[in-house]
Design a protein around this ligand. Structure first.
Ligand SMILES: Nc1ncnc2c1ncn2[C@@H]1O[C@H](COP(=O)(O)OP(=O)(O)OP(=O)(O)O)[C@@H](O)[C@H]1O
Length: 310
C-alpha cells in the first residue's frame, strides 16, 4: 500500500526560505516492511533545518505546499485534511500537554475528538496507555509526570484512534539512555506487531538505524536518498581483523600486496571485495606468524553513508 507519495513537492515560507524543494518520494508499506503486510518503520532523517517538520505538517494537511502534489493513504491532505488526520496519528516534538489533566482524561478526550464514541474512547485510552506502559499511573495529573512519561502520553494520544500511519517527531527528545531505549523498543513494536506504518523523524542516525526498515534522507529540503536500510548498507561490508600484536605490520604487508587495508585503533579494516579477500588476509597473517584473535564481517553504519554523501 502506498502510504505517502509526493511529486515535485515544494514549500517556501514567507521571507523566501525554501524548506522543501522538488521533493518526489514514495513510501510504500510493502517495500518498507519487506512483506505484503502493513507496518514497518521509516526514518525521516536530515540535519536541523532539512525540512523534516515541514514535511510532516504538509502530510497532516496543516500546511499547504507552495507547489507540487502529495497523497497520504490515497487522500490529498490539501483537500481532505480531516480525513487524513482521522487515519494518521501525530506525536509532536515539543511538550504540549495540559498539566492539570490526567493521562486517562487527555487521551480519552483526544480519542473523542477523533470521532470515537464516549465509552469506546475511554476503553481505547486505557488500552493505549497500557501499551505505552502508563496504565498504573493513568489517573495521575500529567504535571507530575517525568519527561519519559510525558513522551509516552504524547505517543498514546497519537495511537488512541487506531491510525494506519503514525508520525513521530523526535520521540526520544529529552530522554535519558534507558528512557530512549524503552521508547525505541516501543516504536519498533508498534511498527512490527501493530501493523501501523511509523514515520519517525530524528537527526540521530544511530537511533534510526537501530529500529528503521527504510530511510528517507533530506538535505536542504531536497531528497538525498530513499531506500531500505539493508539496501543502503549492502555491498559496503568490510572485514575487521584483530591480531595479538603487529597490526601495523599486517596493514603494511596487505597494502604491499594490493589490499586496501587501514588501521582503526587496534583493528585492521579491509573492504570485502570477494571471497578471495579472506585468503589474502589469512596468508598475510600466516606469513607474519601473527596470532589471530578475531576476523569478522562488519556492515557500514548508516551515518558513514551520509558522511560520504555530503
Ligand atoms: N514558519 C516558518 N517560517 C519561516 N521559515 C520557517 C518556518 N518553519 C520552518 N522554517 C524554516 O524552514 C527550514 C526547514 O525547517 P524545518 O523545521 O522543516 O526543518 P527540520 O528538518 O524539521 O529541522 P529541526 O530538526 O531543527 O526541527 C528551516 O530553514 C527553518 O528555519
Amino acid at each position: 500500500m502506498t502510504v505517502i507519495t509526493t511529486r515535485s513537492l515544494a514549500k517556501e515560507y514567507d521571507g523566501g526560505v525554501r524548506a522543501l524543494d522538488d521533493l518526489s518520494v514514495t513510501i510504500d508499506s510493502s517495500v518498507v516492511s519487506g512483506t505484503d503486510s502493513a507496518g514497518g518503520v521509516v526514518g525521516l532523517v536530515g540535519a536541523n533545518g532539512a525540512g523534516k517538520s515541514t514535511f510532516l505538517k504538509i502530510v497532516l494537511g496543516l500546511l499547504p505546499p507552495s507547489s507540487g502534489s502529495i497523497q497520504v493513504l490515497g487522500l490529498d491532505p490539501t483537500v481532505d485534511g480531516d480525513l487524513v488526520r482521522a487515519r494518521v496519528g501525530y506525536m509532536p516534538e515539543y511538550d504540549c500537554l495540559p498539566p492539570d489533566l490526567s493521562a486517562a482524561e487527555l487521551v480519552t478526550h483526544l480519542g473523542r475528538m477523533s470521532g470515537l464514541p464516549k465509552t469506546i474512547a475511554r476503553e481505547r485510552a486505557s488500552e493505549t496507555l497500557r501499551h505505552v506502559g502508563l496504565y498504573e499511573e493513568r489517573y495521575r495529573q500529567i504535571g507530575g509526570y517525568s519527561t519519559g512519561m510525558k513522551q509516552r502520553v504524547k505517543l498514546a494520544q497519537a495511537l488512541v484512534h487506531d491510525p494506519d500511519l503514525l508520525l513521530l517527531d523526535e520521540p526520544t527528545n529529552g530522554l535519558d539512555p534507558a528512557g530512549r531505549d524503552a521508547m525505541l523498543d516501543l516504536v519498533r513494536r508498534i511498527g512490527t506487531e501493530f501493523g501501523i506504518t511509523v514515520v519517525i523523524c530524528s537527526h540521530l542516525l544511530g537511533e534510526i538505524e537501530r529500529i528503521c526498515d527504510y530511510l528517507v534522507a533530506l538535505d536542504g529540503g531536497r531528497l538525498l536518498r530513499a531506500d531500505r536500510v539493508d539496501a543502503m548498507t549492502a555491498g559496503q561490508d568490510e572485514l575487521a581483523i584483530e591480531v595479538d600484536t603487529g597490526a601495523a605490520g599486517l596493514v603494511e604487508l596487505l597494502m604491499s600486496r594490493g589490499v586496501d587495508a587501514r588501521l582503526d585503533g587496534r583493528t585492521v579494516l579491509v573492504p570485502l571485495v570477494d571471497p578471495g579477500t579472506y585468503d589474502q588476509i589469512l596468508d598475510a597473517i600466516a606469513d607474519l606468524h601473527l596470532a589471530l584473535h578475531r576476523l569478522d564481517q562488519r556492515r557500514h553504519r548508516v551515518a558513514e553513508l551520509f558522511a560520504s554523501a555530503s
